[in-house]
Every structure is written in C-alpha cells, then in structure tokens.
Design a protein around this ligand. Sequence first.
Ligand code: PEP
Ligand code: MG
Length: 316
Amino acid sequence: DQDALLATVTGPGATADGHAVPLLANVGGPADIAPALAAGAEGVGLFRTEFLFLDREDPPTWEEQQDAYRAVFEAFSGSRVVVRVLDAGADKPLDFLPPPAPEPNPALGERGVRMFRHYPDVLAAQLDALARAAEGTSARVQVMAPMVATVEEAAWFADACRTAGLPSSGVMIEIPAAALRAADIAAVTGFFSIGTNDLTQYALAADREAGALAGLQDPWHPAVLDLVALAASAAAAAGRECGLCGEAAADPALACVFAGLGVTSLSMAALALPRVRAALARHTLDACRRAAAAARAANSAAAARAAARAKLPALA
Ligand code: PEP
Ligand code: MG
C-alpha cells in the first residue's frame, strides 16, 4: 500500500540525482519531538516558540524557557535546530505581549519582530535563555526573527543575537517587501527561511484567518512563486541558505517546485515528511527546475499546479 511504499524511501532528503534538500520538522515544543524523529526529520527547521506560551498571562521565566529549548536541542543533537523567537500578534496573540494600542487590523499591525521594539527585555531574555540552552548541546542552533519587513529590522535582530552570544541568526521572508528586496536583507543576515503562510496572505491581501478567502490563499499562485524565486536567488547570490517552512512545503509537488526554485531545505509538519521525501527522490533537480519554470509561466494558481504536475510524472 501507499504507506509501505513511502516507508521504502528513507534517509536524507535528496532529488533522484542526489541534490540534497534537507527535510526538517516544524515543532511547537518538546511534545513534537518524537513524531519528528520517527518521521526521519534531519533537524528542526521551525521551532515556533510562541506555541509554548500561548495561554500564559505572564512572560515565561528564563528557567522555563531553558528547559523547553534544551529538550529540543538534546533530541536533535548533531543536527540543525532553527528557533524562531516569539511571533506574537495577529493569528498568534500572546497575553503577555499585547499590542501597545488597539488595532483595527492585527495582521497589518504590531506582530513578530515589530513587537519586540515595545518589549526589548522579553527578546533579550529569550535570546539569553536560548544561548544558555545551546551551551553544552551539540545541536546546531540558529535563531530567526519572524515578520521582518526591512533591512533595519534584520540588522537590529542580528545585532541583538550577536550581543546575546548567538552568532548564527537569520530572518523569515514572509512579507513581500522582504522578498522583493531580499538582496539588501541578505547583506545583513545569516540565512533566510521563507514563510509561505504569511507570504501568501500578504501577496494576495487575503487574511489567513478568513475562511471565506481560502480560495485566494493559494501558495501555487505564480505571484507567490515569483517571490519565493526572488528570495532564493538573492540568498544564493549572497552565499546564504534559503529554507522554507510554510505549510506549502508539505505539498509534494510544491516541494519539488521549491527545490527547483533554489530553496535549500524544507521544513514541515512531521506527518508530511515521508511523502515529500518520496516525491523528491523520484525527480531530478532538472525536472524540479522545469516544473518550477512551468508553474511560474502559468497565469493562475490552478494552471501553475497543473503545469508543474505535468512535469513531475512520478507523483502519484
Ligand atoms: C509562515 O508564515 O509561513 C510560517 C511558517 O509562520 P507561521 O505560520 O507560524 O506564521
Ligand atoms: Mg508567519
């Protein structure tokens, strides 16, 4: 059956011709470690730290944070663990990091890295807890900021990380301005991770919380693929890694397209890893590139999906 077939493809993510595309897991805390390891995740590509503290009224203590971080680092010793600092606001409100004023439109308001301008101590404490938790583990810990729009924000975050003793920091590319000007941002940061959930929301101006707009929230839209291509090319030109950690990475055909666009690793819910691993293993990098080109040449999400799939014959 399908599950048995998928289980035959194991090992690190790679295309049929051996181009490595590390396959990482999205986790929200220690509870997600076991499924990620069982699915053969090569590390963690997105540790959503805000999930640890969603129903808290007070900021988590330094010790609480350390315990949670250390558990994940130890489980992935020897591997990459990309930790995202608290992404508060809009669809992920945190009681202890409220926006400083009422917002008519939270998705366009204070969220992600913007929030830390109002709570610099919370960022400093989190970075310190991360740096201390990283000590004494062999996980390759990388820290990244969500919702970066400008070079100034990216540089400010890199600086905060260096001050905390975390030299390896990066930014999420999930705002169209950041993708369009990715070359500028690459000059001041260590790596990119593309967040297609928000990138799609902002590219199509369709609130990700609005179910009635689900038809517009399609990461296959060529506008989204163009933004991913821009970010991946700018990263490559600057010698930076460009991962991708939105839910779109879990779509096997889209995962092949992203590899074809130059995305260097894919992070997703653990359950999705076997299918994506199998899809990559059945197509050469060249086939992925042809699928990506065909998708970008299409004029709609539906046409892009159909065009890419026609170039990816081994997809079930
Ligand atoms: C994204 O926006 O694609 C992403 C990975 O972050 P989140 O879904 O947590 O906003
Ligand atoms: Mg996001």
